[in-house]
Design a protein around this ligand. Structure first.
Ligand code: IPE
Ligand code: IPE
Ligand code: MG
Length: 240
């Protein structure tokens, strides 16, 4: 049973296993990504129902450009379809959508749909749904270092003012309009036991849960099990 008093505020999810799901069914990889979008939609709705305040999903990494053009452009087409078809639902459910990552590099129609969604949901006050797109933890930290270096160069900041909080503020998660606390829980599906460049800074003390299901098979029930697993952990943060 879920303990309502120990709900995580921020859950982050590495949605992995779409390709293997499709392969198992003798379907093209894009059929896996399509099924993955449907699973994601259910998890967004369920996060809202559970009263989770922030959900961050890893949808496309800075390394995923290495895949075939067919797969990459197909993923973005699906994203446009999802965003457009679900916009009303997101608005009705008071969900605020944000993007972590440099989405300006995505195809034009994807950028347009995303910007419409960001704008339409901007003032919503319910679940904040962060979509990590063209996101990499190292890229995020590198961009923060460049911004801080620039501030030191112009005299806006002294080197000894580069605190952890100052770094935080330069990350996607620290931007004034989408500030997101560190995730208490990171879930990665598909059985892979790694972070693959996801939220490297923010995951310092996150609890990691690795459900042994492929992402398209990840249901709200699996989600609750992962949260229960998190709730059974003793968090120490280096203390005793
Ligand atoms: C995750 O599923 C989705 C993206 C990375 C876009 P994969 O496509 O990585 O699926 P597997 O790991 O090949 O099964
Ligand atoms: C991580 O999965 C990225 C996303 C889920 C978007 P990958 O499938 O790209 O990671 P690796 O290659 O298995 O590490
Ligand atoms: Mg994968």
């Amino acid at each position: 049973m879920l303990n309502k008093d120990r709900m995580p505020i921020h859950v982050a999810v590495i949605m992995d296993g779409n390709g293997r799901w499709a392969k198992k069914k003798n379907l093209p990889r894009l059929a896996g990504h399509n099924a993955g979008m449907k699973a994601m939609k259910k998890i967004v709705d369920h996060s809202d129902k559970l009263g989770i305040k922030y959900l961050t999903v890893y949808a496309f990494s800075t390394e995923n450009w290495k895949r075939s053009i067919v797969e990459v452009s197909g993923i973005f087409k699906l994203l446009v379809t999802y965003v457009n078809s679900d916009l009303h639902g997101l608005v009705d459910n008071n969900v605020r959508v944000k993007v972590f990552g440099d989405y300006s590099q995505l195809p034009k129609d994807a950028v347009k749909s995303l910007e419409e969604t960001l704008e339409a949901t901007r003032d919503n006050t319910g679940l904040q749904f962060n979509i990590a797109l063209n996101y990499g933890g190292r890229d995020e930290i590198k961009k923060a270092v460049v911004k801080l270096a620039e501030k030191v160069r112009t005299g806006e900041l002294e080197p000894d003012e580069i605190t952890e909080e100052a770094i935080d503020r330069e990350l996607y998660s620290g931007a004034a309009d989408c500030r997101t606390p560190d995730p208490e829980l990171i879930i990665r599906t598909s059985g892979e036991l790694r972070l693959s460049n996801f939220l490297l800074w923010q995951s310092a003390y996150s609890e990691l849960v690795f459900p042994d299901v492929l992402w398209p098979d990840f249901t709200p029930g699996e989600y609750e099990k992962a949260i229960e697993d998190y709730q059974s952990r003793e968090r120490r943060f280096g203390g005793r």
